[in-house]
Design a protein around this ligand. Sequence first.
Ligand SMILES: [Mg+2]
Length: 204
Amino acid sequence: MAAIDAGLYRRASGRCGALRPAVFLDRDGVIVEEVGYLHKVEDITLIASAPAAVARLNAAGVPVVVVTNQAGIGRGYYTWTDFERVQAEIEARLLPGVVAGVWACGYHIDGEVAELRKDHVWRKPHPGMLLDAAEVLGIDLSRSWLVGDKVIDIECAVAAGLGGAVLVRTGYGADHEPKLAALAAGCCAVSVADDLGAAVARIL
Ligand SMILES: [Mg+2]
């Protein structure tokens, strides 16, 4: 079990050498189809291009880091044990592609679980998961990218000072695409791609 406290989860391989760029991936709607509070293995459907996209990043020597809001934990819909079971199955299906780490935040302002009922710096759009991952894995955020399917994912990338972010049209992405225009992206290069495979092709 890799929970840090009741609302936070972190599992990571060790850091190595000099700071390097990474690609942060939102999970639901990016790596797997969005089904709403995914917590059962039988409900997992991988986005078709995901395994090859992760393998491509691996081959390029770019660590892949999953960063996922898991409000369902705070809402009491499922537990970290359910989360780990689903996550293990997703990662098994991604093989030979591998992820360097998984960060998840179960806190939510409307949580049913009393101790998780608050906003948290780890919850996107706040950049806490990315900042912590940068520390643990030795990541150069300014040269890193994020791929997400919601505006809050892109806002998180901007807040963390990433070099770029891609909104994919899978998951909630097609609905969120029109809202991107109002985003003040600063130095973060923001664009839109059909799916994770197209996003990774652009990043590389
Ligand atoms: Mg998502």
